[in-house]
Ligand binder design. Sequence first.
Ligand SMILES: NC(=O)C1=CN([C@@H]2O[C@H](COP(=O)(O)OP(=O)(O)OC[C@H]3O[C@@H](n4cnc5c(N)ncnc54)[C@H](OP(=O)(O)O)[C@@H]3O)[C@@H](O)[C@H]2O)C=CC1
Ligand SMILES: CC(=O)C(=O)O
Ligand SMILES: [Mg+2]
Length: 759
Amino acid sequence: MSNPRKRREALVYHAKPTPGKIKVVPTKKYATQRDLALAYSPGVAEPCLEIEKDKNNAYKYTTKGNLVAVISNGTAVLGLGNIGPEASKPVMEGKGLLFKIFADIDVFDIEVDTENIEEFIQTVKNIAPTFGGINLEDIKAPEAFEIEKRLKEELDIPVMHDDQHGTAIISAAALLNALELAEKNIEDVNIVISGAGAAAISCSRLYQSCGARRENMVMLDSKGVIRSDRENLTSQKAEFATDKDLNTLDEAMKDADVFIGLSTSDIVSPEMLITMAENPIVFAMANPDPEIAYDLAVKTREDIIMATGRSDHPNQVNNVLGFPFIFRGALDVRATKINEEMKMAAVKALARLAKEPVPEQVNIAYGETKLMFGRDYIIPKPFDPRLIAEVPPAVAKAAMDSGVAKEPIEDWERYENQLLERLGSDNKMVRLLINRAKMNPKRVVFAEADHLDVLKAAQIAYDEGIAYPILLGRKEAIKTLMEEIEFDVDLPIIDPKSDEEIERKNRYAEAYWKHRKRRGVTLYSAQKKMRERNYFAAMMVNEGDADALISGYSRSYPSVVKPMLELIGKAKGASRVATTNIMMTQRGPMFLSDTSINIDPTAKDLATIAQMTSTVVKMFGMEPVIAMTSYSNFGSSHNDRASKVREAVSYLHRFYPDMIVDGELQTDFALNSEMLQDIFPFSKLAGRKVNTLVFPNLEAANITYKLLKELNKADSIGPIMMGMRKPVHILQLDASVDEIVNMTAIAVVDAQQKEKREQ
Ligand SMILES: NC(=O)C1=CN([C@@H]2O[C@H](COP(=O)(O)OP(=O)(O)OC[C@H]3O[C@@H](n4cnc5c(N)ncnc54)[C@H](OP(=O)(O)O)[C@@H]3O)[C@@H](O)[C@H]2O)C=CC1
Ligand SMILES: CC(=O)C(=O)O
Ligand SMILES: [Mg+2]
C-alpha cells in the first residue's frame, strides 16, 4: 500500500477506538447474583461433570461447537513472507472478523512462537479441546504440509490449512467457470503455476482432481521452473517437476492457457501475457499485490479472463469465499474432518452459484448495474447472501454422505432458515446504501465544511465516489484543514460571508424574496439571510446549483430545520415532514420514526409517518413490517394516547390494506414474534419479524433511538428526513465522521430518487 494516506488510514482503523478488530462478548445473562451463581461457581460445576462423563457434552454446554481457532506462526503471512507471530496477528484477527460476519463463527486467533514442526503440532493438539475446528493460516511450505497432515490424523475435529484448501477450492471453482467461458477443456490446457508453496501445491492437486493433467503443468518457485533434473527438491515440488526444457517464467508463459499466481507481486510482465494463448486465464492471487496489476493485465490483453485476490477489482479469487462457509457446514454436522468430498462439494456449489441470476441486493452492494456470469464475474461475490444458504449445506451433505458427520442434519429446510438467520446482525445496510450512492454520485453541499469531522466525511465521500462535495464555510479555515488531512483535491469552496459571492448571494436573495415577500421578508432581510450558511446552502439546492445538502453538525436540530422548512418546504402531496432512524441491532436493521420533528402527532399524522417510513424501508430493499407502538396492547388502555395510535392503525387498515402494519402494541410484543403469536394470533404482525417501529410521539421515539445508540454502540443511519421537497439532511449535533458519511450517502440516494420521480 504505497499511498501514505491509505497507509495511515489502515493504521488508524486498526488502532482506534480500541486496538484490534475483535472482542469477546458474553452470551448469557450476568446481571444478578443468581445469574453469576449459574455462570460460575457453584452452577458451572454441573456442565463440567456432564462433560467429564461424556466429552461430546462440551458441544452441548460450551461454545466449542461454534468456535474455531485461527492459528499461525507467521511464517508466510499473505505475500509478506516470514514476519513472525506478532506481526501476523492483524491478519489472524482479520480472518476472525470474516468468519464472524460471513458465517457467524466465533474465532480465537492464536499466534504461536515456533518454527519447529513438532512444537507447533504439539501446541495445537494441546489446545484443541477448546475448539470445534482448527483453521491453520499463513504457515509456510513445506512445514505446512506436514503440520496439516499430522493434525488431521491426530485430531477428531476438522482441521484445514486455509491457504492450501480454501484457496484451492475457490480457485478451482473460478477456473472451471473461466475455462467454460474460454471454451477450453481442463484436460487439454497448459497451466503455469508461479509459486510452489502451500497454496500453489494444494491448488495444483485439486486442479488435477478436477481433470487437469500434471504433464500440462509447469510450476515455478523463487529459483525458476521446477525441472525434474533439479536437485534437492522437496517431495511436493518433485510431484510437479516438469520434463520440459524450460527455465524461466518468460519461457513457460509462451502459449500457456492458464497462469496461476500464488507467489509474489509484479513478476508477470505485459510481454509475457502477449505470448499466452488466446483467451488467456490469469489468476494473479498474491496478496496484497498480485503478480501483475489488474489494470495493466486487462489493458494488455483484451481477451483475458483476469482475477486477483483483491476486493477492488472484478473476480476476487480469495479464500474468504471458502473458509467461512466450509467450516460452517463442517461444524453444523460436527464433521470429524474436512475431506476431499466436502472440498469438491464446495467447488461445485461455488461454480454453480456464479451462473445463477444475481439478486438485485448483490448488484447494489457492489455498485454494479447487472452482474452476470461472464469474464468479469466468474465467481460469486463474498457479500452474496446466497453463499451461506448454498455452500454450507453442500459441504454438510458431502460430510454426511462420506461418513464423517457425527450429527447429521435431518430437516434441511430448517437448517437453511437457520443459516439465513445468522446473517441478520451484520451491517450490510450501510454497505448497500453507500454502494447505491456510488452508482450515481451527486453534488452535495457540506454547509459546515470548516469543521474537521465534516471535512473528513466530505473527503471520504469524495474518495469513495459517493458524492461531489461542495465545501461551505470560511475559506482559509477549510484550506488549512484540507492541508492537515491531506485532502489535496480541487473542489468548490464557498464562503457565503465573503464579498466574492456577491453576485450569487444577490441572485439567491432575490429568489428567496420573491418566494416569501408576502410573508414578511424584505429584499434587504433576504440579502442579510444569504450570509448565513444554512440559508445560502438551502438556496444552492433550491436553485439547482447543488443536488443535496448536509448540515446541522454544529447547531441544534431545530435551528437548522427552520430555514430548511422555510426555504425548501414539503414535497408535493406530503402533509408532513418527519424523520426515521435506522438502528443496526442484533436482530437486524430497525427503522424508528419519527425521531426528530413532530412533537405530538395526531392519529392522521402517525398514519402519514408510517406510510413515509414504509417508503424508506422499501428503498433499502426490505419489506416493511410496521408496529405502531404504545404502552398499551390492542385496546388494553382506553386513554386518549393509546386510542390515538389505535385510530392511526384503523385508518391505515382501511385505506392501505396491503400495508403490513398493526397496533397499538407494546415494544416487547412488537419485537418478540413468539409472544405476539401466542397472545395476539389475530394480529397482522403475528409470525412476522417487525422491522419498523412508529412511536406515538417525539419523546418516545427520540429517547428510544438515543438510548439504543448509546447502549448498543451500534451503527445508526439518520435521522433521515422524509417528506421534503429537496434532498436536505440534518445531522445530529456532533455526529461522528461515519454518521456524516452515511448521511451523505442518504442525501445522494434521496437525490437520485427525487430525480427519478421528476423524470
Ligand atoms: N488469493 C488467495 O486467496 C490466497 C493467496 N495467497 C497468496 O499466495 C502467496 C503464497 O502463499 P503461501 O503458499 O501461503 O506461501 P508459501 O511461503 O508457502 O509459498 C510461497 C511460494 O512462492 C514462491 N516464490 C517466491 N518468490 C517467487 C518468485 N519470484 N517467483 C516464483 N515463485 C516465488 C516461493 O518459492 P520458494 O519455494 O523457492 O521459496 C514459495 O514456493 C502469497 O502471496 C499469498 O498472499 C495464499 C493463499 C490464499
Ligand atoms: C488470502 C490469504 O489467506 C493469503 O493471502 O494468505
Ligand atoms: Mg493466508
